[in-house]
Design a protein around this ligand. Structure first.
Ligand code: 5GP
Length: 120
C-alpha cells in the first residue's frame, strides 16, 4: 500500500480496512469511497491503492502517467454510478497552498448540486 518510504496517512487504514469507509467503486488499482465531510450531496474520493510516491499531484513523475489516467477514468465511473453524469466536478488539491490535507493523492468527485465558478 505505502511502500514508498513516505509518511503513512489515514487512507492507508482505509485501504487496509482498519477504519471503515463506504466504498463506491473498487478495482485492482483504484479505490473510491465517500468523503467523511461531504461538500456536496455526492462527494467521493478516488485514490490509488499503491501510493508509490504519489503523495500529491505536484510530486507526479512520468512513471505515474498510467495510474493518473486510471484515476481520472475511475472518476467518470463513479459519476456514472452516482447518477451525476449530467454535471460534476473533479478536484485535486496539491500542497499546503492548494489546501491538501491528506498526502496520498486523491481526486474529489463532487456533484448532486449546482457547482459555481470560480471556486474559492
Ligand atoms: P484534501 O484536503 O487533502 O484535498 O482532502 C482530504 C479529504 O479527506 C477531506 O475532504 C476529508 O474530509 C477527507 N477525509 C479525511 N479523513 C477521512 C476519513 O477518515 N475518512 C473519509 N472517508 N474521508 C476522510
Amino acid at each position: 500500500v505505502n511502500a514508498d518510504g513516505g509518511a503513512p496517512t489515514i487512507f492507508d487504514k482505509i485501504i487496509n480496512n482498519e477504519i471503515p469507509s463506504t466504498v463506491v467503486y473498487e478495482d485492482e488499482k483504484v479505490l473510491a469511497f465517500r468523503d467523511i465531510n461531504p461538500e456536496a450531496p455526492v462527494h467521493v474520493l478516488v485514490i490509488p491503492k499503491f501510493r508509490d510516491g504519489l503523495t500529491e499531484l505536484g510530486k507526479a513523475e512520468a512513471r505515474h502517467e498510467e495510474i493518473l489516467g486510471q484515476l481520472l477514468y475511475a472518476a467518470k465511473i463513479v459519476a456514472e454510478k452516482e447518477g451525476i453524469l449530467d454535471g460534476f466536478r473533479v478536484v485535486i488539491n496539491s500542497g499546503p497552498r492548494g489546501y491538501q490535507t491528506v498526502y496520498h493523492l486523491h481526486l474529489h468527485v463532487l456533484g448532486g448540486r449546482q457547482m459555481n465558478w470560480p471556486p474559492g
